[in-house]
Design a protein around this ligand. Structure first.
Ligand code: IPO
Ligand code: ZN
Length: 429
C-alpha cells in the first residue's frame, strides 16, 4: 500500500516509521496529518496544495481528563517534497511525537487510509458482545506472576538483537529470525495438544509472522491477542545493515514470550483462546499486522481484545507504564489500568498520545477491534536509540527490569480476559 520514501535526509533515527510514501520522483507528494502538524507546516510557509480536511473519531482524554470519543481533523494534501525533511525535524522537536503524518502514493490512496481510520474508534464493529472487565482470577494470577523471570526476558532480547544483523522484512535475518522463533515457540508448546504454533505467510514479502495459539477450553471461538513486532529497521535497511532492535521490538517479543512460557509450563488452560503474535513488517507501515487483522475481519473471527507490546524495556521517565490513548479502546485501557492498580499497586501509570498509527494496535483498531498499547515511557521520553545500530540492551542497563513490568501486566491481562469470569463458573457466552 505504501512504500518508504527513499530519501536519506528524511530518515532521522526515531522517525523512520513515520514516513511512508511513493517512491516516484516528483516535487509534490500526498500527505495526511493532524491539526498540529498542519498548523506547523502552514506557519513554516510550506507549499501546500489541494488541502482536504477530514474528520476522524479518536479516543483520547478531554481537558477534564476523562477519556471519550471525539472528532479530530486530519488534513489530506499535497506537500512540497523539499519541505518534508524540515517538517520531520520540526514535528519531532516541537510536537515531540512520531510524525503525526503519513505520506501516500496518490489522493485516492490517502483518502482510503483516512477513511479506514474514520470512525474506527467509534464503531468497534468487531467487538463481541458480553465482554466484561472483571478482576476475578486473583488466585491464578498471583500463582503465575512470580514465575515471570527477568533473566529470561533479558536473554531473549540479547538473542534476537545479536544473532542477526537485522530482522528487516526482506532480509535473511528477517526471514531467519521468524523461522527460529517458530522453533523456539514450538519447543515451549511441546507436549500440549491444545497449543499450535504456525507462521502466517504474507503474500508480498518473505518474512512471516508467527502465531502461538492456546485453544480455549469452554469458549474457543473468543480470542484474546497479545502481540509485538519481530522486524527491525534503521530506515535504510539492507542485508548487511546493523539494526539490533533490542528495544524496538525484541523487548516486546521477549516480554510476550515469557508470559507464554509461564502459562505453558504451569499447564494453564484459558477458557477463551489466547493467541501470541510476532508480527512481520511493522516498520514499513504496519504491513504484517494489517494483513492479519484484515484476515481476521474477513473470516469474522471474534477477537475479544488485543494488547500491543512495542518497546517495553527503556524507562525514560519516572513512570512505569504509559497507556497510549489514541487509536486504542478507552474501556480496555481502563481495564489495563485497573489490572495494574490491583496487581502492581506500586506502579506509576500515566497516559500519552502517539499522534497517529504508531504501532500494530492501529491495524486492529482500524478494522474495528478493541486494542490497547501500554508503552515504555511518555511521549518524548521513550528510547532515543531506536531505528539505529545503537538500539542495544546496553541502553537499558543490560537488564530487562522494565520489560518485566509489562510481562506482569500482560500476564494479568491474559488470565483475566482469557478466563472470562471467575473460575469455575460455566461460560455461557
Ligand atoms: C513509538 C511508539 C510510540 C511512541 I509515544 C513513540 C514511538 C515507536 C514506533 N513508532 C515504532 O518505531 N515502532 O516500531
Ligand atoms: Zn520501530
Amino acid at each position: 500500500m505504501m512504500k518508504k520514501l527513499h530519501r536519506a535526509a528524511l530518515v532521522s533515527s526515531t522517525l523512520a516509521t513515520c514516513f511512508v510514501a511513493s517512491a516516484q520522483a516528483g516535487p509534490m507528494v500526498w500527505a495526511s496529518m493532524g491539526e498540529d502538524a498542519y498548523r506547523l507546516l502552514r506557519r513554516a510557509g510550506a507549499q501546500l496544495e489541494q488541502v482536504e480536511p477530514h474528520s476522524v473519531a479518536i479516543q483520547a482524554p478531554a481537558a477534564d481528563g476523562r477519556v471519550g470519543t471525539r472528532n479530530e481533523s486530519v488534513y489530506l494534501m499535497q506537500v512540497d517534497e523539499e519541505a518534508l525533511p524540515r517538517l520531520s525535524h520540526e514535528v519531532h522537536e516541537n510536537l515531540k511525537k512520531c510524525g503525526g503524518f503519513m505520506l501516500h502514493t496518490s489522493r485516492a490512496e490517502g483518502r482510503k487510509v483516512v477513511a479506514q481510520f474514520r470512525d474506527a474508534a467509534a464503531k468497534q464493529a468487531n467487538q463481541p458482545a458480553g465482554v466484561s472487565y472483571g478482576i476475578d482470577d486473583q488466585a491464578e494470577v498471583n500463582a503465575l506472576m512470580p514465575q515471570l523471570q527477568e533473566s529470561n526476558i533479558r536473554s531473549t532480547i540479547v538473542k534476537l538483537s545479536t544473532e542477526y544483523k537485522n530482522r528487516y522484512y526482506t532480509t535473511t535475518g528477517g526471514v531467519g529470525s521468524s523461522n527460529d522463533l517458530l522453533t523456539t515457540w514450538k519447543q515451549l508448546a511441546a507436549g500440549r495438544d491444545d497449543v499450535t504454533v504456525k507462521q502466517f505467510t504474507h503474500p508480498s514479502w518473505p518474512q512471516k509472522s508467527v502465531i502461538l495459539t492456546i485453544k480455549g477450553t469452554t469458549n474457543p471461538g473468543k480470542i484474546v491477542v497479545i502481540g509485538g513486532h519481530l522486524d527491525s529497521t534503521i530506515g535504510w535497511t539492507n542485508e548487511n545493515s546493523i539494526a539490533p532492535g533490542a528495544d524496538d521490538d525484541a523487548s516486546g517479543i521477549a516480554t510476550l514470550q515469557e508470559v507464554m512460557r509461564v502459562l505453558l509450563s504451569s499447564n494453564y488452560k484459558p477458557r477463551r483462546t489466547l493467541q501470541f503474535m510476532a508480527y512481520a513488517a511493522e516498520e514499513v507501515g504496519l504491513k504484517g499486522s494489517q494483513g492479519i487483522a484484515a484476515d481476521y475481519q474477513s473470516k469474522g473471527k471474534k477477537v475479544v481484545g488485543v494488547l500491543q507490546l512495542d518497546m517495553t524495556n527503556y524507562q525514560g521517565a519516572a513512570s512505569d507504564i504509559t497507556m497510549i490513548t489514541d487509536y486504542t479502546n478507552s474501556a480496555q485501557n481502563k481495564f489495563l489500568k485497573d489490572l495494574a492498580a490491583h496487581y502492581m499497586p506500586s506502579y506509576n501509570v500515566n497516559e500519552s498520545r502517539c499522534g497517529y498509527a504508531c504501532s500494530d494496535h492501529a491495524s486492529w483498531t482500524n478494522r474495528g477491534f478493541v486494542a490497547s498499547f501500554p508503552f515504555e515511557a511518555p511521549m518524548g521520553d521513550d528510547n532515543p536509540y531506536i531505528h539505529t545500530p545503537n538500539d542495544t540492551i546496553s541502553k537499558s542497563g543490560n537488564n530487562a527490569n522494565h520489560a518485566l513490568k509489562f510481562a506482569k501486566l500482560a500476564l494479568a491481562y491474559a488470565v483475566e480476559l482469557g478466563s472470562d469470569g471467575p473460575a469455575p463458573k460455566a461460560d455461557t457466552k
